[in-house]
Design a binder for this molecule. Structure first.
Ligand code: NAD
Length: 330
């Protein structure tokens, strides 16, 4: 099939592109390389077409949708903390770009679009494990813009009958997870600290827990959504278990320090994945222990990553404390 992957130079996108090439599809990557990196596609760069473009601005990139069967829309600004300081940049990349991708898909009658949504739409959930019908409560601009993107996708599905599926990812981890200058996902932060023999910075007392899903399982869910006969569905993608940050520290076998807890962050994320199992016939394969082993075998990837410490994290999360401190009182 002919497939477009937006955000294909990013973490999840590059793993997806590799798998699609392995499965003999033709792939075009659309990416503005803002947080993505061409090196992520090094091993397959001769087998794909890469177009550098900003999807939030309509342009000649749209003509690439001609004769495309499937669009995987992964492009987005995906770090949480900077979204509080730059909400309009996030709106452009996560909402306007999604609108442009939907319109391009509609114009060229593509057969299906798969949207990568975020479990952050649940905010601080009341029910665990959390299912797709749980109340929506975005607490910061990243969560809101990803949810607005999902709403657009479902609206285009309803009104224009554009076949689509939205997958709400929980905490995706794996090799090539973002190491940009932004303070972000826990594994990127911890692995760079471990390599530099610095203490891991554990937020709060480390008893908060997350549902971690390995990137290859996420890629399988994306592919299953595209090729299974389902349409108009919103589906959680997580491991279906939750694990504390202290458990990760133990698995990484490192020294650590505790830094201030951030109110407005959930104490637990935990996906109810019964819908994915039922309608996608998908289930995760890689346990956290196996996943962490894979990371440790590739730890050199994080050699160039920024090494965070208590002080630089305090500076980077200033706006979090300024704007989100009240959230947990609601
Ligand atoms: P990533 O930052 O590694 O990849 C995103 C890619 O989108 C990057 O290559 C970036 O350059 C590109 N991009 C950003 N804005 C763009 C624009 N305006 N035009 C063109 N390209 C643009 O992030 P990721 O972790 O691989 O996330 C992929 C998708 O999955 C995102 O939509 C993200 O919101 C979603 N998601 C990720 C997680 C996770 O845990 N990683 C969890 C929930 C949802």
């Amino acid at each position: 099939m002919k497939i477009i992957v937006t955000g294909g130079a990013g973490f999840i996108g590059s793993h997806l592109v590799e798998k699609l090439i392995l499965d003999s599809h033709e792939v075009i990557v659309l990416d503005n390389l803002s947080t993505g990196n061409l090196e992520n596609l090094d091993q397959i760069k001769n087998k794909i077409k890469i177009i550098k473009c900003d999807l939030s601005i309509k342009g000649s990139w749209i003509k690439n949708f001609k004769d495309i069967d499937i669009v995987f829309h992964l492009a987005a600004l995906a770090d949480i903390v900077p979204s509080i300081e730059h909400p309009s940049k996030y709106f452009q990349s996560n909402v306007t770009a999604t609108l442009n991708v939907l319109e391009a898909s509609r114009e060229f009658n593509i057969s299906k679009i798969i949207y990568s949504a975020s479990s952050s739409c649940y905010g601080i959930p009341k029910v665990y494990p959390t299912s797709e019908v749980e109340k929506i409560m975005p607490l910061y601009p990243y969560a809101l813009t990803k949810y607005l993107g999902e709403q657009l996708v479902m609206h285009w599905n309803n009104v224009y009958k554009l076949p689509s599926v939205s997958l709400r990812f929980f905490n995706v981890y794996g090799t090539r997870s973002r190491t940009s200058s932004n303070y972000g996902a826990v594994f990127g932060v911890f692995l760079a600290q471990k390599l530099a023999n610095k203490p891991l910075t554990v937020v709060g007392d480390g008893t908060q827990s997350r549902d971690f899903i390995y990137v290859s399982d996420t890629v399988e869910a994306l592919i299953d959504s595209a090729f299974n006969n389902i349409n108009g569905e919103i589906i959680n993608i997580g491991y279906g278990l939750t694990c504390t940050i202290n458990d990760i520290v133990k698995l990484l076998n490192s020294k650590f320090i505790n830094i201030p807890k951030r109110s407005g962050e959930p104490d637990c994320t935990w996906a109810d994945i019964s819908k994915a199992k039922k309608i996608l016939k998908w289930k995760p394969k890689i346990s956290l222990k196996e996943g962490v082993n894979k990371l440790m075998n590739n730890i050199d990837y994080w050699k160039e990553a920024p090494i965070w410490d208590e002080k630089s994290i305090e500076k980077a999360t200033k706006s979090w404390f300024k704007y989100l401190g009240h959230q947990s009182e609601k």
